[in-house]
Design a protein around this ligand. Structure first.
Ligand code: HEM
Length: 142
């Protein structure tokens, strides 16, 4: 009887050992696949190149013209290679290109002066002829 118990106990132990050995190891929990890395940031579209700055309009000095005092005007008498300027009613005209003002002289009158009175009172044509020459600026007092 004692022997029978021993065998039973051994069988139980053996069974327990067997069960213990065959116990499956816990399945490794599936690790989530690495999430796809973030989508590459959209590359910035190249900024539109700025339109070239509008080229400056004609130089203001050109638009404004020259500003000369009577004293400064005297230098532009058409002599010694100087341009020939005349002034009428505060406006300065360049008569350098006029064949009628060769070397700054015209019918006894000279360039480099204010000829307002002369053109109005002594010339046969009056101020109308000033339309033939170029206006370049104005006469100033200082
Ligand atoms: C006795 C005095 C003057 C006489 C006889 C005279 C005569 C003339 C004549 C014949 C012309 C050409 C006209 C034409 O093309 O139809 C002329 C043009 C002109 N005159 Fe006189 N002029 C006199 C005084 C003056 C004076 C004082 C000025 C002063 C500003 C002047 C300024 C001009 C100008 C700017 C012209 C136009 C020049 C050109 O077309 O190239 N003139 N003058």
């Amino acid at each position: 009887m004692k022997k029978k118990l021993m065998i039973t106990a051994l069988l139980v132990v053996a069974a327990l050992v067997l069960v213990g050995c065959t116990q499956k190891a816990p399945e490794p929990t599936a690790t989530p696949a690495p999430v796809a890395t973030e989508a590459p940031a959209a590359t910035e579209a190249p900024a539109a190149t700025e339109a070239p700055a509008a080229t400056e309009a004609a130089a203001p000095a050109e638009e404004k013209g020259v500003e000369l005092t009577l004293e400064e005007l005297a230098k532009f008498n058409g002599k010694d290679g100087q341009p020939a300027y005349i002034a009428v009613d505060g406006v300065i005209y360049d008569v350098s290109e006029s064949a009628l003002w060769k070397d700054g002289a015209h019918n006894g009158f000279e360039a480099g002066k204010d000829l307002t009175t002369e053109i109005k009172e002594k010339s046969p044509h009056g101020v109308g002829k000033l339309a033939n020459v170029k206006e370049i600026g104005k006469l100033v007092t200082e």
